[in-house]
Design a protein around this ligand. Structure first.
Ligand code: PMP
Length: 354
């Protein structure tokens, strides 16, 4: 720690991202990337952009991408915000929409970036325990708050909250922003974007890192009432008026336009997920119902830390959180059929019957 640090920096507890190993031979099932490549149309659009006008600044508003998202969801471009990964979009939302005298509410267990942003922006928060089955019960959120945020499906559990439950929450919570973080919604969920016209306090964020397989490009978005979007634009323009470069705008817009490729690869991931779930249950695992591109599972007789280490020795990396309540779980990303086979073979060896 340097004496030049401000007390504010001294107290920050930053987010620890999942490992990005240097070895390319590993079966990498630890950070929920898509095992299939991005849309060929997205790649072509990015290549074209590289050969085009990189000399020039990008469109500060990313209009081309906003239009593609608006067309996809049947909303107006002024209901869409785009940013450098949904993590950045979330940062702006925390900064601009959750700073009130009352605490922000989010589940315990959930995406571990939320408390980090609370620390960064000085936001008080209260966590609300998941129920016995690791699900969110919206009735628990009917209490004074300065905002509510949760992923749907939740991370790292993969459990989905149905749209009617979200609507019930919105009906009782109209004085603060409800942010639904839909990083994984395309693998079996229903987007709450369908509700934005009726609930001006609803903001939905999404990412192109998962279902559109562009984690390396860093593009995320938010959809909501134009007034919420305007708050995000104000923050963005006070901070980094070009969050997206020309290549990202072109590639992300083309990825949204290529609906057929997107739907086909999501279906492949969902089908593989169901196969992995069945095979893991056959090995004795308890697997939480997942609507995401990963599963969350524990074995009644094998320690999760030991399993993660054993898998790693065999070249398979998964995520293990040393965190109360979930320390016996592994979070495993769904890979290609070959990767899933490697995972299951390794688990089969590690989970011999007692
Ligand atoms: N929300 C959730 C729930 C996530 O798991 C992630 C991925 N770590 C993100 C948001 C951020 O995704 P990205 O910044 O790649 O868009």
């Amino acid at each position: 720690m340097s004496r030049f640090w401000s007390p504010f920096v001294k107290d920050l507890v930053p987010y620890v991202p999942g490992e990005q190993p240097k070895l390319s031979k590993l079966v990498k099932l630890n950070t929920n990337e898509n095992p299939y490549g991005p849309s060929p149309r997205a790649i072509a659009a990015m290549q074209e952009e590289v050969g085009d006008d990189l000399r020039l600044y990008p469109d500060p508003n990313g209009e081309r991408l906003k239009q593609a998202v608006a067309d996809y969801y049947g909303v107006q471009p002024n209901q869409v915000f785009v940013g450098n990964g949904s993590d950045e979009v979330l940062a702006h939302a925390f900064h601009g929409l959750f700073q009130h005298g009352r605490p922000l509410l989010f589940p315990d267990v959930t995406y571990s970036f939320y408390p980090v942003y609370c620390g960064l922006y000085g936001i008080a928060y209260e966590t609300i325990a998941l129920d016995e089955q690791f699900r969110i019960d919206v009735a628990d959120y009917a209490r004074p708050n300065g905002g509510i945020i949760f992923p749907n499906p939740n991370a790292p559990t993969g459990c989905l909250l149905p749209l009617d439950a979200i609507e019930r929450l919105l009906q009782v919570n109209c004085d603060s922003v409800v942010l639904v973080d839909e990083a994984y919604v395309d693998f079996g969920g229903q987007s709450a974007i369908a509700l934005i016209d009726r609930y001006p306090n609803l903001l939905v964020t999404q990412t192109l890192s998962k279902s559109r397989s562009l984690a390396g490009l860093r593009v995320g978005l938010a959809v909501g009432h134009p007034e919420l979007i305007e708050a995000l634009e104000r923050i963005k323009n006070s901070f980094n008026s070009y969050p997206l470069d020309r290549i990202a705008i072109a590639g992300a817009a083309a990825a949204f336009e290529d609906r057929a490729y997107f739907e086909q690869t999501c279906q492949q991931v969902i089908a593989s997920r169901e196969q992995v779930v069945a095979a893991m249950k056959a090995l004795g695992f308890e697997v939480l119902p997942s609507a995401a591109n990963f599963i969350f599972a524990r074995h009644p007789r094998h320690d999760a830390g030991g399993l993660a280490a054993g898998l790693r020795e065999q070249g398979v990396i998964v995520r293990h959180f040393r965190q109360p309540r979930i320390e016996q779980f592994l979070r495993i990303t769904i890979g290609t059929p070959e990767q899933n086979q490697a995972l299951l073979a390794a688990l089969g060896g590690l989970c011999q019957p007692a």
